[in-house]
Design a protein around this ligand. Structure first.
Ligand code: GDP
Length: 164
């Protein structure tokens, strides 16, 4: 089948994306729409309230940072929207869509990015995305367990061309 031939040359990649707590509903909806408009498949979508222990584990790479406890407080303050995004080059493309960590920098260098538009400050910056394929695999496993190809919850935009 044509789809399979294309996947052979341009293998699809998964990344973990998170819409962080306290994101207003209208921003959340706009983010989900934009993800699909850019040609990602949302292979899994789940609302999860992280426990403190889970948030600490999720961000364990940052446990020595001065902002670690603030970060953990933020991440378990309310529901996170956990997403597995699937697309060729998904890890890099989702990072580009998010923009830099600090929204004041994002506004200068990537004004179209999600953080430039929606983030409150360097801590409450609306979205998370894995920084490399190894992390993506680890965090997807941590949040969702093994990916099952049978279990697409929401899927859209697969047959559409992403905007230029
Ligand atoms: P990311 O990959 O762009 O999310 O950035 P990092 O992995 O460096 O940081 C993880 C998260 O910690 C960020 O998304 C922010 O929520 C928070 N964070 C990062 N740097 C700072 C900082 O300097 N101060 C505070 N308060 N929070 C930060």
């Amino acid at each position: 089948e044509a789809e399979n031939e294309i996947s052979f040359f341009f293998p699809k990649e998964h990344t973990l994306a998170v819409i962080k707590p306290d994101t207003p509903e209208e921003h959340r909806e706009e983010i989900l729409k934009e993800i699909q408009a850019r040609g990602f498949t949302i292979s899994q979508l789940q609302e999860t309230v992280l426990s403190r222990e889970m948030a600490e584990e999720f961000y364990k790479e940052h446990q020595e940072k001065p902002f670690f406890s603030q970060l953990v407080d933020y991440m378990c303050r309310g529901p996170c929207t956990m997403l597995i995004l699937t697309k060729e080059n998904a890890v890099e493309e989702w990072r580009a869509m998010m923009g830099p960590t600090d929204p004041s920098k994002a506004k200068e260098t990537a004004p179209e990015s999600l953080r430039a538009r929606f983030a409150k400050d360097i801590l409450e910056n609306t979205v998370h995305g894995s920084s490399n394929k190894q992390h993506a695999q680890e965090k997807i496993h941590f949040v969702f367990g093994e990916i099952s190809s049978e279990s697409e919850v929401v899927s859209a935009g697969e047959d559409e061309e992403p905007p230029p």
